[in-house]
Design a protein around this ligand. Structure first.
Ligand SMILES: NC(=O)c1ccc[n+]([C@@H]2O[C@H](COP(=O)([O-])OP(=O)(O)OC[C@H]3O[C@@H](n4cnc5c(N)ncnc54)[C@H](OP(=O)(O)O)[C@@H]3O)[C@@H](O)[C@H]2O)c1
Length: 256
């Protein structure tokens, strides 16, 4: 019997692409708020892949009752095989002027919910001595980013947390990956109010390449997956350029 894979933020972008690329190998449980998008994706996947079954849970992962229900479901699923913690969003602007409730919701979704779901999955996987968790961070995790301060900090948390958990989990046969994409075509930028044209073409990847790199690199059991040569070089440069300069550069891009 095929194992179950839960994908959060599966109604668009990178999460939807994880659903497309995992559908042949897992029974999928897709999670997001937009019920109609999830419904049509599930329909499409079930038509394409008779060998597995897709279903969905319409949940708001910033709402405590939905988070609790999601975590219980993961922890008690005796057929759990994979968790992709992908749901997330970014806010842009001077921190003091942003709506603090929205900033706190961003921390809830990008960090706190991810931590709770990781905990529930690990408890389950430890009983099985196997399992895979992919936590979607960002190359933004390597920089402080003025005018996107909360977002960059949430992703720094996710990467650091995931690297630590990677080591703890591997002794139990569990693989934990921090996926760090760079600029990727999706609904993310429109939702954040970022103008795509402010970033040159060579910096962009599509979600197909990002997700296939992540899935392929599970084989090498690395803690971190940075898709694309441009992104890898950008991260490499942060080792040599003082953070006083990288954060100024990031701030200039975000302020636009
Ligand atoms: N695109 C990029 O350039 C880029 C780069 C680095 C990292 N990332 C990361 O990649 C991940 C996916 O982003 P994306 O680029 O695919 O953006 P996206 O197209 O906007 O997708 C975000 C997903 O998160 C879901 N979501 C948002 N709020 C939610 C909530 N309260 N509860 C449940 N689900 C929620 C959305 O679904 P609903 O609206 O239906 O709830 C959607 O499915 C994020 O963690 C993002 O930080 C993106």
């Amino acid at each position: 019997m095929k194992k179950n894979a839960y994908i959060t933020g599966a109604s668009s972008g990178i999460g939807e692409e994880f659903a497309n690329q995992l559908a042949a190998s897992y029974n999928l449980i897709l999670v997001a708020r937009n019920k109609s998008k999830l419904e049509s994706l599930v329909k499409e996947l079930n038509l394409k892949h008779s060998e597995s079954k897709a279903s969905f849970l319409p949940l708001d992962l910033t709402e405590s009752k939905d988070i609790i229900s999601f975590c219980k479901t993961i922890e008690n699923d005796s057929n759990l095989g994979m968790l992709v913690n992908n749901a997330g969003y970014g806010t842009v602007g001077e921190f003091a002027e942003l709506d603090i409730q929205e900033e706190l919701r961003e921390i809830q979704l990008n960090v706190t919910t991810l931590v709770s779901a990781t905990h529930s999955a690990l408890k389950n996987f430890k009983k099985q001595n196997t399992g895979i968790i992919i936590n979607v961070a960002s190359i933004a995790s390597y920089l402080a980013a003025p005018y996107s301060a909360t977002y960059a900090a949430t992703k720094a948390y996710v990467r650091s947390f995931t690297e630590s958990i990677h080591e703890e989990a591997k002794v139990h046969g569990i693989l934990v990956q921090a996926l760090c994409p760079g600029l990727t075509h999706s609904d993310f930028h429109q939702r954040a109010g970022i103008e795509k044209k402010d970033f040159p073409n060579f910096m962009w990847m599509n979600s197909k390449e990002v997700v296939s790199t992540s899935i392929k690199s599970l084989k090498s059991k690395q803690a971190i997956c940075i898709p694309g040569g441009v992104n890898q070089s950008a991260v490499g440069l942060t080792n040599f350029i003082p953070s006083s300069l990288t954060r100024k550069f990031a701030g200039m891009l975000m302020k636009k």
